[in-house]
Each structure stands twice: as C-alpha cells, then as structure tokens.
Design a protein around this ligand. Structure first.
Ligand code: NAX
Length: 331
C-alpha cells in the first residue's frame, strides 16, 4: 500500500478551504490511489468552525482520508507536510490602505515560512492562494531559504481555467478541447491572458484559437478584461468571492505539478522568475510551464509580439512595486 501524503491547507475554515478539503480527500489533487492525511490550520477566532469542518470530514467517510489534524498551532500544522496549500491570509477590507493589507500578510507569510522551513518534509511543494498571491509567495520564499525556490509557487491556474472557459463558451466547444492559453504575470487585474498560442482540437486536428474566433477585436479587448475582471463578476453575482473554482484550480495546479502535464499541453503557474522572456529575476511571475516528474519548466521560445510585450511588462512592473511595498513592511 502507498504511504499517505500529508497535505496542509491554511485558512481551512474559510470559504475556499471548505470547498478544497473534500476535493483533496476524494483524490482530486494527488490522484485516486493516494491516501491523504489532511492538516488544517486556521486562527483562534475560527477554531470552532475548523472543528466543525473536521467533524464533517469524519462524517463524509472518505476512503482515502487516513487522518485529520485541525489546529491553530502553526508548528503542529506544518509537521511533516509534503504539500502546503496556503489559503489563509488577511483580506482586503473596505477603506483599508494597500500598505496595511500588505503589512498584515507579510507578517503572516514570514511566520509561516519559518514554520514550513523547520517542520515540513524537505521536498515540500508549496502553493500560495491567498492574495496578494505572488507577493505572499515571494515573502514565503525569502523567509524559507532552505526550501528550494522551485518548490514555491502561487495560483494563477484559476485565471488560466477562466480563459479556457471563455474561449470554450465563445466557440461553443468543450473546454477540454481548448488548451495552451497563458496567464502572464500577477494574479491581479493587470494579469495578461494570452491566446496567441492557444489551440482547439476539432475533428482530431488542432486549430489556432485566433483563426477559429476570427475576431481580433474581441480577443484583444473584451476577452482580456472578462478574464481579468472575472473575480469581481463572481463577487457581484454571489456576494462572495470565488470558492469552488479556486479550490478546483488549486487541485489542478498541484495535480499537474506532481503527476505531470499531458504531452503537448502547458499550464500557467506563478513561479520564481529566472529571467525568461525578459522578466526580471526575483519576482514570482506567472509563466506557461510544463511539468514532469514533480518539476515544472518554463515553456521556452514562444514568439512575443509588441502587444503582448507591453502587457507582460506592465504586470511585471506591478509586481516590482508590490515587492518594494512588501519590503517596506518588513521594518
Ligand atoms: P475566507 O476569508 O473565507 O477564508 C480565509 C481563512 O483564512 C479564514 O478562515 C481566516 O480565519 C483564515 N486565516 C486568516 N489568517 C490566517 C493565518 N494567519 N493563518 C491561518 N489561517 C488564517 O477567504 P477565502 O474566500 O477562502 O479566500 C482565501 C484567500 O484566497 C483570500 O486571500 C483570497 O483573496 C484568495 N483568493 C485567491 C485566488 C487566486 O486565484 N490566487 C482566487 C480566489 C481567492 O480570492
């Protein structure tokens, strides 16, 4: 029998946590044959709610779920974890300054970085979901220097999946037949959803999305803003932010990272920039990646036109500013 893997979910009593933990326990993240021990962390005000989630996990009698740790102690939460999904954070509340939100999250991610560094399994893979996701991941990386930087990522797969969804709706094709969109940059409204290399499989052959949509005006404006603003549209409709789609895409992110991307397919992940595509090293930036044997690799050699270049640089610029804001909070 396979040994169980320990998966940490922080902020597990929250909305995304509530959608995410049953998905993990059903094998959506690490596969249908991989037993799981779930570690759930939240803070004291949510301790009772967290207990309730644990009760429900027990009641659901998941065959793959070999244990549940529900705690408000970050050290206990991080012990021996193989995968860490960081959903907990300080939300932006109305009227709050950007700097105040950043400052709260910097101190959370600094503390959790140290706990992971000291207590997680040495090869632990980290996915940061909580906003500002790229910059939280960067802080985590800075304060967990012994965790290899390639093990620290942030979630832009939701944006990626939203882009696939928009193309599939527009062309009236199944979303599984659309692939190789790219989300470049920050998980924020400056992200650049790029369809220049995306394809649709119809009747066994692959056609470029640009050719099939045949409406550059829509692709270069409305499509991009719809994907960028999708989070806000969900809030408007649901009076709550995206949760099931965020949880599902977090599973997709880890699953593809650990089990590999299908041949000929790439996905978007926020990863530590090595300078590819002229993006300043030292930022966590979303790139197209392929994964094999538990390692991601940035897709190289894609042609970048002037339109894309500007948008890729613009979102990099925002990340540079977030980084300096985050550093100014460290003192
Ligand atoms: P909720 O407010 O429902 O849940 C957050 C949970 O985190 C709460 O239970 C809270 O008590 C807990 N928490 C706060 N500080 C903590 C700490 N120091 N340690 C452990 N837990 C802590 O928010 P939810 O809707 O679940 O969203 C969670 C985060 O995901 C937010 O930061 C949100 O902005 C971000 N998102 C990121 C997305 C992405 O694609 N990267 C998309 C969805 C989502 O908006």
């Amino acid at each position: 029998a396979t040994d169980p893997l320990r998966v940490l979910v922080t902020g597990a009593a929250g909305q995304i946590g509530y959608a995410l933990v049953p998905m993990i326990a059903r094998g959506a993240m690490l596969g249908p044959d991989q037993p799981i021990i779930l570690h759930m962390l939240d803070i004291e005000p949510a301790a009772e709610a967290l207990k309730g989630v644990k009760m429900e996990l027990i009641d659901a009698a998941f065959p793959l779920l070999k244990g549940v740790v529900a705690t408000t102690d970050v050290v206990e939460a991080c012990k021996g974890v193989n995968v860490a999904v960081m959903v907990g954070g300080f939300p932006r509340k109305e009227g709050m300054e950007r700097k105040d939100v950043m400052s709260k999250n910097v101190s959370i991610y600094k503390a959790q970085a140290s706990a992971l560094e000291q207590h997680a399994a040495p090869d632990c893979k980290v996915l940061v979901v909580a906003n500002p996701a790229n910059t939280n991941a960067l802080i985590l990386k800075e304060f967990a220097p012994s965790i290899p930087e390639k093990n620290i990522t942030c979630l832009t797969r939701l944006d990626h999946n939203r882009a696939l969804g928009q193309i599939s709706e527009r062309l009236n094709v199944h979303v599984g037949d659309v692939k190789n969109v790219i989300i470049w940059g920050n998980h924020s409204s400056t992200q650049y959803p790029d369809v220049n290399h995306a394809t649709v499989t119809t009747n066994g052959s692959q056609k470029p999305v640009r050719e099939l949509v045949a409406d550059d005006k829509w692709l270069n404006s409305e499509f991009i803003t719809t994907v960028q603003q999708r989070g806000a549209a969900i809030i408007k409709a649901r009076k709550l932010s995206s949760a099931l789609s965020a949880a599902s895409s977090a599973c997709d992110h880890i699953r593809d990272w650990v089990l590999g991307t299908p041949k000929g397919t790439w996905v978007s992940m926020g990863v530590y920039s090595d300078g590819s595509y002229g993006i300043q090293p030292g930022l966590i930036y979303s790139f197209p990646v392929t994964c094999e044997k538990g390692e991601w690799k940035i897709v190289q050699g894609l042609k970048i036109d002037q339109f894309s270049r500007e948008k890729m640089d613009n979102t990099a610029q925002e990340l540079i500013e977030e980084k300096s804001l985050a550093y100014s909070c460290l003192n």
